[in-house]
Design a protein around this ligand. Structure first.
Ligand code: ATP
Length: 428
């Protein structure tokens, strides 16, 4: 018997398919020939890369197999990837990686490079060679990056996602899932399963919107609860089959501590800095500037983050905050796309008010550089009184709403939701 690890990626396009679907089918097929070691793994990589279809996910799985079956297993994988991938799309460049035996520890380094930075196809080929992995590229084969990285993920921290799929004849049609049953499910299982619905908007979050084969995805921190939650949903169309994946979703895997001066486009990071320019708004996006001793960056809370922007507008110059997000060029300026922030030290907020009339206690009116009482007409030089106003922000992490959340971002409601950010900071 020997161990074989399989990684696949980039089989899909916005016009259809989904790498998890190919992965789930493969897992079922291979499980007839070999013994699966654990569940299949859905690994989310750098959420900022431009090639991604949706969430930059790759799939890996491991089996204990008879040596004589290894070549059959590989053939099965390659045939299935060939027949199911959406080759018509220019941005679909599937990759398959096989690795036999134990997964070498060195591969973890490559995995985290693919989560934190941009990796080239050549780098993936080099890393594969170093660990003795076998790579198969289709078209330009960019998928080998994700395929290799997914095999190398140690998944010390993980969550689950149950993905249910629809029959091919329904792909591209409206998903028919009973809305009330999803709300009922959420009431019963949240937060052991989470991101099921948005109560404020009254919308269901477990159904995607594209032409892909996914009917619903239920996320949770307990495998049994995810399955029970799935059983409670009323489906108004047939479920072709479903599969539970172990995943690095919602683990904050993409966040690492960086100095502001080191930030590069396409990275994700946690930084600590001082607000050096108060917020301004453009096209419903809210921006401010943050600096540490190494540099300065523009920070953005974009329009889709909705109510989150309210808290960002509470920040003022001098506030010291911890901020997490992805780095991207926006309108030619390097910008940290905010996912979470933690006000570490709030500056004093002072507002200047006009004094009352010293003669009659009436209200004073500004007249250029002097004040005039509205009631008795008393005039005096304009001296304003500083008043400290209480700050609305608390010492807690503020996060974007569920539908604006990145797959990798950890919701605060989960255990360690706050600690992860503070832990990253402590390690720095
Ligand atoms: P889905 O989530 O539906 O599977 P997707 O969003 O994962 O779709 P893909 O079609 O898999 O999108 O495309 C992502 C591509 O980017 C893959 O080819 C993958 O190998 C590559 N990739 C992943 N991480 C990196 C990285 N850090 N640097 C460069 N390329 C990467």
């Amino acid at each position: 018997m020997m161990m074989i690890h399989i990684g696949i990626d980039d089989t899909d396009s916005p016009n259809g398919m989904c790498t998890t679907y190919v992965g789930a089918l493969l897992y079922r097929e291979i499980s007839r020939l070999a013994h699966p070691i654990d569940l299949p793994r859905l690994i989310r990589l750098n959420p900022n890369v431009p090639y991604k279809t949706r969430g930059n996910g790759a799939v890996a799985m491991s089996f204990e197999a008879d040596e004589k079956d290894i070549s059959r297993i590989k053939e099965l994988v390659l045939d299935m990837v060939k027949s199911l991938s959406d080759f018509s799309h220019e941005n679909t460049n599937p990759g398959v990686v096989f690795l036999e035996g134990e997964v070498p520890k060195e591969l973890t380094e490559f995995t985290y490079k693919a989560i934190w930075e941009h990796v080239s196809i050549e780098e993936a080929e080099k890393a594969a060679k170093e660990v003795g992995a076998e790579v198969h590229k289709f078209k330009i084969g960019r998928g080998i990056i994700g395929a290799l990285a997914s095999i190398g993920h140690p998944l010390d921290r993980f969550t689950y996602e149950l993905l249910a799929y629809r029959g091919r004849e329904l792909w591209g049609t409206k998903r028919r899932v009973n809305k009330e049953s999803v709300f009922e499910m959420d009431k019963r299982f949240y937060p052991l399963t989470y991101d099921n619905v948005d109560w404020e908007k009254g919308s269901v979050l477990i159904t995607p919107h594209g032409k892909d084969p996914v009917l619903v995805g239920i996320r949770g921190i307990d495998e049994k609860k995810v399955l029970s939650a799935f059983e409670r949903i009323i489906f108004e169309e047939p479920v072709e089959f479903f599969q539970v994946f172990k995943t690095n979703q919602n683990t904050d895997d993409h966040l690492r501590f960086r100095r502001i001066g080191e930030l590069k486009p396409l990275e994700s990071a946690v930084v600590k800095g001082k607000v050096v320019k108060d917020w301004w708004e453009k096209g419903r996006h809210v921006f401010f500037e943050l600096a540490d001793e190494t540099g300065k960056i523009r920070v953005a809370a974009f329009e889709p983050t909705k109510g989150f922007r309210r808290y960002v507008r509470e920040l003022i110059e001098g506030d010291e905050i911890i901020a997490a997000g992805g780095v991207k060029e926006f309108e030619g300026v390097l910008t940290l796309n905010l996912e979470k922030f933690y006000p570490a030290k709030l500056a004093k907020k002072v507002e200047y008010k006009k004094p009352k009339c010293p003669k009659c206690g009436g209200t004073m009116k500004s007249k250029g550089d002097y004040l005039k009482c509205k009631k008795c007409g008393h005039k005096m030089p304009k001296t304003l009184i500083p008043i400290e106003v209480p700050r609305e922000l608390k010492q807690k992490i503020y996060e974007v709403p569920p539908d604006a959340r990145r797959h990798l971002s950890r919701p605060l409601v989960l255990p360690l939701g706050e600690e992860r950010i503070l832990e990253i900071l402590k390690k720095s």
